[in-house]
Design a protein around this ligand. Structure first.
Ligand code: FES
Length: 210
């Protein structure tokens, strides 16, 4: 069955804004989606006095939804401070596009993750922010809001699929509740490991379906 896209998605896909590379970028990051294997790279030019994003560009190796989301979030991020731009969510991006089909929501997560990752690189490398010390249940919960349950296109925290999060000296344990014969169980666990595993200060991730 053909996937239905909004007019805005199609417009941004056919004529994406802010596509390309920034030479001498202040930060650049590539993120991959465990769900589909696609990638996005985001480049930032930042005024270091004001922490305002002066320019942002992206290259997408993903699908139409990813290109459209990359286009819209780079528009949203331009002119914002890094803190404001880091707060842009994939839900907001999808809403700006007039909605995305549930199976394509992860494409907007990928675009937002690329932007967020570039901002965090800037904050870590230029501003000296120590993300290791901010590892706690709250930051892991926030990260898990970027793990989607594909058939619904909503995140596993909102869907109350996460039952427990524990941390012991960088070893993270996540307990989820998903039917054991659900074909999305393994991909969801892989996504949790991928997302939590790349957080600063995490040494290992164990996911248990309870
Ligand atoms: Fe991979 Fe959309 S299917 S980014």
């Amino acid at each position: 069955m053909a996937i239905k896209y909004t007019t805005k998605v199609i417009e941004h896909f056919k004529n994406p804004h802010n596509i390309g590379i920034i030479e001498n970028a202040d930060a650049c990051a590539t993120e991959g989606s465990p769900a589909c294997g696609d990638e996005i790279t985001v480049y930032l030019k930042i005024n270091k006095e004001t922490d305002r994003i002066e320019d942002v560009k992206f290259q997408s190796y993903g699908c139409a939804s990813n290109i459209a989301t990359g286009s819209i979030i780079t528009d949203l991020a331009k002119g914002k401070t890094v803190d404001e731009a880091e707060a842009i969510t994939w839900k907001q991006a999808a809403e700006e596009l007039g909605g995305l089909p549930p199976v394509k929501m992860h494409c907007s997560v990928l675009a937002v993750d690329g932007l967020r990752s570039a901002i965090r690189k800037y904050k870590r490398d230029v501003k000296g922010i120590d993300y290791d010390s901010s590892l706690d249940v709250k930051t892991i919960t926030e990260e898990l809001r970027h793990v989607l349950y594909p058939p619904v296109g909503a995140d596993i925290i909102t869907l109350k699929m996460v039952k427990y999060i524990g941390i012991d000296d960088g070893a993270v344990r996540v307990e989820v509740s998903i039917s054991s014969d659900d074909k999305f169980l393994d991909p969801t666990i892989d996504e949790i490991v991928e997302h939590v595993g790349r957080m600063s200060g995490v040494k290992s991730v164990h996911v248990e379906n309870v």
